[in-house]
Design a binder for this molecule. Sequence first.
Ligand SMILES: *Cc1c(COP(=O)(O)O)cnc(C)c1O
Length: 492
Amino acid sequence: MEPRSLRAPEPLLFEVSRPGRRGYDLPPLDVPVEGHNTLDARYLREDIDGFPELSEVDVVRHYTRLSRLNYAIDLGLYPLGSCTMKYNPKVNEKVARLPGFADAHPQVAEEMIQGCLRLMHSLERALCAICGMDRFTLQPAAGAQGEQTGILMVRAYHQERGNPRRVVLIPDSAHGTNPASAHLAGYRVEQIASNERGCIDLGALRRRVGEDVAVLMLTNPNTLGVFEGEIEEAARALHDKGALLYMDGANLNAFVGQARPGDMGVDVHHLNLHKTFSTPHGGGGPGSGPVGVKRILEPFLPVPTVEREGDRLRFQHDRPGSIGKIRSFHGNFGMFVRAYAFILAHGPAGLKRMSETAVLNANYLRKRLEGTYHLPYGAPSLHEVVFSDRNLEATGVRTLDVAKRLMDYGFHPPTIYFPLIVRGALMIEPTETESREELDAFVAAMLAIDAEARRDPGLVTSAPHTTPIRRLDETAAARNPVLRWRPRGKES
Ligand SMILES: *Cc1c(COP(=O)(O)O)cnc(C)c1O
């Protein structure tokens, strides 16, 4: 018999099922069944073929073992660049579970959910103050949906002026969701090159912007973690031709409390509550991508908005210029509660300190690693830093190998091969929630991997060695995914 390891792959419940095992142990029924509220026999299923039969302890151990295979922010640093995987304070969870919030049905009468409406209204006011915008919609369920909402509002704005225009300009460093959102809104996407600092090339923008351009989508700080210092000039160049400026504000964690998109000439932007304001994300979980607008775009906000009427609050559905509904009900309400709790707990001074610390942590990692790993862009970093695998070229170790080897050291790998303008990119974002000790442990792992690559590259290129599943064939996984489980012996 093979010895069992706690790191062995966990079988499915179907595979460990044993006939006759039960998850409960009750005395036999000693009252007649007939005449009680039992379901009519024709609605009862005789048997479920292959239904797993397990004891309670089997089930508990199965799920506990699975939970231990998961890497989470509650286990350690999660330096996934662009994703802002900060720690989510447990108090957020506590307030989100208050029955008045958690049990509010989305179709309950407005008089009965004044508290929920007040939270939405207050969150909107807080976001307006933080970002320097006039209004926010809280409805989009993610950053990407926020982008689409924003671009649809831009389209409605131009349409009202008689011509929706044809083109959306996007820098070559942008997140892939930007061109996707523009395309979904019916626009043709044109790329604008970056300059040697990794920022938008203002000359190229000025040459291209014309009456056919609807909007520029600019990420600030951009995906290299570099602040777009000429954003005001970009806004002026666009506004001179009647075009608008959309800011992808997913990286807002870099300057919350320091600067405001609304003061930079931005007309519309989304932000990610699940990044900047600490709500759980990843794995496609619930998110929230509120969109802030200047007055000129307010008529086009999706419905409903939350409006004050005397001392009452209400949903306003009747907005003739609105782009309409973009999501069922009122958005991911539980995320609003968490984000608002986070904002109130920090206050203006706390939020300012938060972004300062996020930038400090990223720059600490940059300083400790830039002598070893290649830094493709030398411009000052804000909240994240992008390295490449160029210094490892002679060893044959690539970015993917470094990422895999990090798992053996107990870290989630950073974002890799993004942004696309950096070959072999390693994009590292520590966020403000990491201690000096945790950052030092990460640095030590990165330096150890560099040393291993030079001494014993095979060790790195065959990593990971300590995870339940070893190196996967990523191409086969993408090209030939096996998505259906079949019992052992019946795999084909
Ligand atoms: C995360 C991110 C997005 C998309 O946000 P989702 O909530 O994942 O849809 C867009 N742009 C940038 C720069 C991002 O980092």
